[in-house]
Design a protein around this ligand. Structure first.
Ligand code: SF4
Length: 367
C-alpha cells in the first residue's frame, strides 16, 4: 500500500485518526479497535506481535506507521518508596512523572506540559518557563511506561494531573489522553473517578472537565486576591478569586463529584489564624474537601514550611468551621519529587538538549 506521506508514530494518532487510517487502507472498520487494543490493553509495541492481523496486513501497516515510545533516562526511588521518573521525549526535551505508593494504593502524578505557562512563586516547575505542551501519547506514555516498570501484580490505582504544567492550558491533549486511559472497549479502562485534574484556576475549561467525568482539584493557596496575586500572578490577574469561586459553584450545580481545594501552606505568608478563618468562610457552602500541603522547601526559593504547631492550628480552625480538611503528607522530597518540586532534573536534561542542539546546528554554534 503506497501513501503519499512519510510513516507516522502510531501512538501519536487519536482513536479517530486510527479509524481514518484503517479506512484509507481499505480495511474493515473493526480493525481499528484491534490495533488500539494491542496498544492499550495488551500493551504490545511491535506491529509484528499484532497476531490477529494477517502477515500481509502487518507488512502493509509497517509501511505507513512506526512505534516510538519515550525512554526513561533516570529513575530515583526516595526513602519512602516514592519513584521519580525522567523521560526523554522525541525532540530531546524531558518531563517528569512521580509514583506515590501508599499501602495498596499507587498514585501516579502525571505531567501535561514541559515546564509551565503559569508562574506560581512556590513552584520549581515555574522556574523553567514553558517549553511546549505534551501531546496525548506523551501523557499516556507516562502511565504505560511506569506501569511496565512495576513488579507483577502491582498496578497504578489512581492518577493525578499534578505534575509539570497546567493541564487546562493543554486541554485537548489532556482530554484525548483521558479518553485513551478510560475507554472500556479498547483503552486502559480506568474509571474516570480515579483520575483528578488539578488546575491553578483556569476557569473557562471547568465545564469541559465536568464533561470528562473526572475529578477537579483547584490549587487555591490564598484567601484574598492580593495573596493569590502574590503567589500565582498570571492566573489571578486573569481570573479573580470571586470569579474562581463562582466558577466552582457553577461546576458543582451539574456535578455529583465534590471539588478538592489544594492549599500550600507557606510560613508567614498564608498560614495565619485570619487566613484559616477566611478560608473557612470562603468555602462554606461549597461541596468540597481541602488538602493542606505544607510547603516543600527547595534551594533558591525564599518560601519556608510552617512549623508543625502552626500547621496543626490552621487545620483545627478550618475543621471547626465545618469543612473536611486533610493534611497531605510530603512524599519523595529527598528526590525533589514532592508537590511543587518537579523540574530540576528535567531542567538539567533540557540544558543538555539545548547544548546538543547548539553543537549540531551551525546557526547556534559559538563563533
Ligand atoms: S504550581 Fe502548577 S500551575 Fe503553578 S507554575 Fe507550578 S506547575 Fe504551573
Amino acid at each position: 500500500m503506497e501513501m503519499n506521506r512519510p510513516p507516522v508514530n502510531l501512538l501519536a494518532l487519536t482513536a479517530l485518526e486510527v479509524e481514518e487510517l484503517v479506512q484509507e487502507l481499505g480495511w474493515p472498520r473493526y480493525r481499528s479497535q484491534q490495533i488500539l487494543k494491542w496498544l492499550y490493553q495488551h500493551r504490545v509495541f511491535d506491529i509484528e506481535a499484532m497476531t490477529n492481523l494477517s502477515k500481509a496486513d502487518r507488512t502493509c501497516l509497517q509501511q505507513v506507521v512506526f512505534l516510538q515510545k519515550d525512554e526513561v533516562i533516570s529513575q530515583e526511588i526516595a526513602g519512602d518508596g516514592t519513584g521519580k521518573y525522567v523521560w526523554r521525549l522525541g525532540d530531546g526535551l524531558a518531563v517528569e512523572t512521580v509514583l506515590i505508593p501508599e499501602e495498596r494504593r499507587r498514585t501516579l502524578c502525571i505531567s501535561s506540559q514541559v515546564g509551565c505557562t503559569l508562574d506560581c512563586g512556590f513552584c520549581l516547575t515555574a522556574e523553567m518557563g514553558i517549553k511546549r505542551n505534551l501531546r496525548a501519547h506523551e501523557i499516556v506514555g507516562q502511565v504505560l511506561n511506569v506501569q511496565a516498570k512495576l513488579p507483577e501484580g502491582d498496578h497504578i490505582t489512581s492518577m493525578v494531573f499534578m505534575g509539570m504544567g497546567e493541564p487546562l492550558m493543554n486541554f485537548d491533549a489532556v482530554a484525548d489522553a483521558i479518553q485513551r486511559l478510560t475507554n472500556m472497549e479498547w483503552g486502559l479502562g480506568f474509571s474516570p473517578r480515579r483520575i483528578t485534574v488539578s488546575t491553578a484556576g483556569w476557569i473557562p475549561r471547568f465545564p469541559d472537565v465536568r464533561r470528562l467525568g473526572v475529578n477537579l482539584a483547584i490549587s487555591l493557596n490564598g484567601t484574598t486576591n492580593a495573596q493569590r496575586e502574590h503567589l500565582m500572578p498570571a492566573v489571578t490577574k486573569r481570573y479573580s478569586l470571586e470569579a474562581l469561586l463562582s466558577a466552582c459553584r457553577a461546576y458543582l450545580e451539574d456535578s455529583e463529584r465534590p471539588l478538592t481545594f489544594e492549599y500550600v501552606l507557606l510560613a508567614g505568608v498564608n498560614d495565619s489564624v485570619e487566613d484559616a478563618n477566611r478560608l473557612g468562610s470562603l468555602l462554606r457552602g461549597i461541596r468540597c474537601k481541602i488538602n493542606l500541603i505544607p510547603f516543600n522547601e527547595f534551594p533558591g526559593n525564599p518560601f519556608r514550611r510552617p512549623s508543625p504547631d502552626v500547621i496543626d492550628a490552621f487545620q483545627q480552625i478550618v475543621r471547626k468551621r465545618g469543612l473536611d480538611v486533610f493534611l497531605r503528607k510530603s512524599r519523595g522530597d529527598d528526590v525533589l519529587g514532592a508537590c511543587g518540586q518537579l523540574g530540576r532534573s528535567a531542567s538539567e536534561v533540557q540544558e543538555a538538549a539545548v547544548a546538543h542542539l547548539k553543537r549540531s546546528l551551525p546557526i547556534y554554534a559559538d563563533s
